[in-house]
Design a protein around this ligand. Structure first.
Ligand code: SF4
Length: 287
């Protein structure tokens, strides 16, 4: 009998729930809002919200509908663009991301070069970099450190990075550049939600035969859940929907673990569990 175990913490974080609530209320009130980029990295949720009146748009084009900022936040240039159209701004930026943006700006204003540890292509990182103007540099895990290395440096992190990687990065900076650094400010901008989800995924991965990690392909925190699961030496698969589960992954497994990224709704997890149950029944019958 196959056992399905769920991670103790997973799925929609409060920051994403909050942004969705804000946007749904605004859409109910105004008939439509235009979201700058996807609200969450999850195509199914984006589709459901579209039906509710939250339309996706990369740039504000007219002032007919209010423009919503997602939980990932944006840089000041995007806010200025929106303001120039006269559109109302509905701000769904997660307060933890707002804090990170404020630190980036404050450090830059004080003359620090701001290193943002994270994915340079991620919208949150782009936004945070924007708040530090030309004083910020994104550094992806494994990228070479800036050369020459700045003397006054502030380090912050994309909120969804793993604490282990961030501390490894900081240690590396110190080990290599302690002689050139005159002042180092370290601001912990990691989000508890994602680190708790990563711990829960790691714990679960250690006791199951296979892990299924549910979330959008573009979701950074979902990918991190996959990585921490794989680090436990277990087979782990990233899926967006239950349709992607391959029966052979579950063949011979007694325990299947399921976790989900911070932008994955409960309904997606429920559908995955139902599909595993179906496959398990099929395998039992065949066996
Ligand atoms: S993962 Fe954390 S920082 Fe990101 S939206 Fe959720 S609560 Fe906010």
């Amino acid at each position: 009998m196959m056992e399905i175990l769920l991670a103790k913490e997973m799925g929609f974080c409060w920051g994403v729930r909050r942004a969705i609530d804000i946007m749904e209320r605004a859409a109910d009130e105004h008939g439509e809002v235009i979201s700058v980029g996807p609200i969450v990295h999850n195509p199914q949720v984006v589709e459901e919200l579209k039906e509710r009146g939250v339309r996706l748009g990369e740039r504000p084009q007219d002032n007919a509908s209010p423009v919503a900022i997602t939980a990932h936040g944006v840089g000041p240039n995007v806010l200025e663009d929106v303001e120039s159209t006269g559109a109302e701004i509905i701000d769904g930026t997660c307060p933890i991301v707002t804090r990170s943006q404020r630190w980036a700006r404050r450090m830059a204003e004080q003359g620090f070069t701001v290193l943002v540890f994270g994915d340079p292509e991620h919208r949150e990182v782009k936004g945070v970099i924007g708040w530090a103007g030309n004083m910020a540099l994104p550094v992806r895990d494994g990228d070479p450190l800036p050369d020459p290395f700045p003397s006054r440096v502030a380090i912050i992190s994309q909120t969804t990075q793993s604490p282990e990687r961030f501390s490894k990065f900081v240690s590396e900076v110190m080990a290599r550049h302690v002689s050139t650094i005159s002042e180092l400010r370290l601001v912990n901008t990691l989000c508890d939600v994602t680190s708790h989800q990563q711990v829960a995924a790691r714990e679960l991965a250690a006791e199951v035969d296979v892990m299924l990690v549910v979330g959008g392909r573009d979701s950074a925190n979902t990918r991190h859940l996959l990585e921490v699961s794989q680090e436990e030496g277990v087979a782990a698969h990233h899926i967006e929907t239950e349709a992607e589960i391959e029966a052979e992954w579950l063949h011979g497994c007694e325990k299947v673990g399921v976790t989900a990224g911070a932008s994955t709704p409960d309904s997606s997890v429920d559908a995955v569990v139902r599909r595993i149950e179906e496959i398990a029944t099929g395998l039992e019958v065949a066996g």
